[in-house]
Design a protein. Structure first.
Ligand code: FES
Length: 274
């Protein structure tokens, strides 16, 4: 069993937890994920690692309560435990000091997986900036944490409550138009956001890394559920990713596959006992 040692409600839909899992924390690297299960019959929930502390033995996860299982996890409090906490899974992000300027683009809970990647780049001496987006102020996550090492923290909200009124892509396009040079863009958030970031970066051929979140079951390359098409080839996000070259990802296929079990998910969320 893996104990929840800290829990913080971030907004009306998302929460952050530190889970005590020393073996996972010892090996975790930016870009990797864990699979969490609540109860013996629980669904396996893949979650990208937001932060990790090998000294304390903790992993930080940020979860959006959108369905039955994530709401089941949300109901747990400090001192409660999850049944399984498997990881770190996936390929760590290839982060090197050979870039001059990298910008992260984080949508909603995408702030969590962007954070360790930019932090590592900053530690390597790379200049890093971030654009954080959310529908309104409460959904703009981790701005303070990014400010500790980013040169600029840009914010975009749909309603203009904080930062630029508009989308993260509006901010990114303006920075490019103003002459900013980026060696790489790291975009993580809703699939539609990542697709639109690529729409901005592709004409300039700016390398763009995205983290894909297809439906997963085993997380070890056995079931094939997480297949995505990248550069015309089938890849399994759990073992070949979750990071991929965004310029070559088939986002439309990914969105269609994510919708496949929407009805069933909705039914379970409405009818199951928690
Ligand atoms: Fe089964 Fe990736 S989750 S192959």
């Amino acid at each position: 069993m893996y104990e929840i040692v800290r829990k913080e409600v971030l907004n009306d839909a998302a929460y952050e937890m530190d889970i005590y899992a020393p073996q996972v924390a010892k090996k975790a690297e930016p870009g990797q994920f864990v699979i969490v299960r609540v109860g013996e019959d629980g669904e396996r929930i893949p979650l990208t690692i937001g932060d990790y502390d090998p000294q304390k033995g903790t992993i930080t996860i940020v979860v959006q309560a959108v369905g039955f299982s994530t709401k089941q996890l949300e109901a747990l409090e400090v001192g409660d435990s999850v049944t399984d906490f498997v990881g770190p899974l996936g390929v760590p992000t290839h982060l090197t000091a050979d870039k001059k300027h990298v910008i992260g683009v984080a949508g909603g809970i995408g702030s969590a997986p962007v954070y360790p990647q930019l932090k590592k780049l900053a530690d390597l001496g790379v200049k890093v900036d971030v654009i954080i987006g959310g529908r309104e102020k409460q959904y703009v996550l981790w701005a303070d944490k990014f400010a500790q090492f980013c040169d600029h923290v840009y914010i975009a909200t749909d309603n203009g409550e904080v930062g630029t009124k508009g989308f993260v892509t509006d901010v990114l396009q303006k920075l490019i138009d103003d002459g900013e040079q980026f060696d790489e863009v790291i975009a993580i958030g809703p699939v539609i956001m990542m697709k639109n970031v690529v729409r901005v970066t592709k004409p300039y051929n700016i390398p763009t890394s995205v983290s894909l979140n297809p439906i997963m079951v085993d997380g070890t390359g056995m079931c094939g559920c997480c297949r995505v098409t990248v550069d015309g080839k089938i890849k399994f996000a759990c073992v070949d990713g979750p990071d991929f070259d965004g310029l070559t990802v088939d986002f439309d296929e990914l969105m269609a596959r994510q919708r496949m079990f929407k009805e069933e998910e909705h039914y379970v969320d409405e009818h199951a006992d928690r």
